[in-house]
Design a protein around this ligand. Sequence first.
Ligand SMILES: CC(C)(COP(=O)(O)OP(=O)(O)OC[C@H]1O[C@@H](n2cnc3c(N)ncnc32)[C@H](O)[C@@H]1OP(=O)(O)O)[C@@H](O)C(=O)NCCC(=O)NCCS
Length: 215
Amino acid sequence: MKCDIKVIPLTEDGIVFYLSKYKPFRLRALECDPSSFGSNYAREAAFKDNEWAARLLNPLATTFVAVVHTDDYIDKHGGEQKKTTSVLSSATLWGPIPVSPDHLRLPRPNIDNDSDVPMHWEITGVWTAPEARRQGIAVQLLQEAARTAHSQTTSQNRDCHLTVNVMHNNATAILLYKRCGYTETISPNNHGQGPKTEQEPLVHLALLLPRAQGA
Ligand SMILES: CC(C)(COP(=O)(O)OP(=O)(O)OC[C@H]1O[C@@H](n2cnc3c(N)ncnc32)[C@H](O)[C@@H]1OP(=O)(O)O)[C@@H](O)C(=O)NCCC(=O)NCCS
């Protein structure tokens, strides 16, 4: 399916888009796949519009969407052709988040100075509408999010560390992240051994992108 990948801008137009298109899309995601998310429909359905807008405007959040435009709709009243934009898929990139490698459950690198510490970004809120699945849209979104984080870290002469947490029984999502180069990281609770438990229901995946040379 042909779609555009874009970042929702932190502007008046971006807020209008977020409230009119992203909000119903997000609520649909929480309704359709409640077990995939840390939040839930009842909680977010109760958000006021200013809370949704504050989410978009959070300086640490970048919201990526895949959209389609259909321009074959004729407005019966005005006789004009209208463009309808629909969100098919979304992912949010959080960061850079200042946390230590211990928190990331990663081997501690040899840290001589700040530039040896990777900058950390987290991916959340990944969902593709059921009618648009298995067409490579989530991969495109994750690649675009990784490009965005990587170019920012490279510009600061740092490596880029992307992480995501997935419910242990969400095999599809785990396959998706592995397809994008993520690998499972070691949890301090079970040392990466054996099945996940009620106490450790999340699988932690990470992708390290070394800073681009000569950028
Ligand atoms: C997981 C999810 C986001 C994938 O979205 P998508 O747009 O269909 O994903 P893509 O088409 O880009 O698939 C990329 C890869 O993911 C894996 N994958 C996706 N859907 C799969 C499925 N049903 N079965 C097996 N593998 C699958 C495959 O490796 C696939 O690559 P391939 O098609 O070349 O084999 C979507 O299924 C979804 O929204 N699930 C419910 C919400 C969710 O689990 N979100 C993640 C929370 S961490």
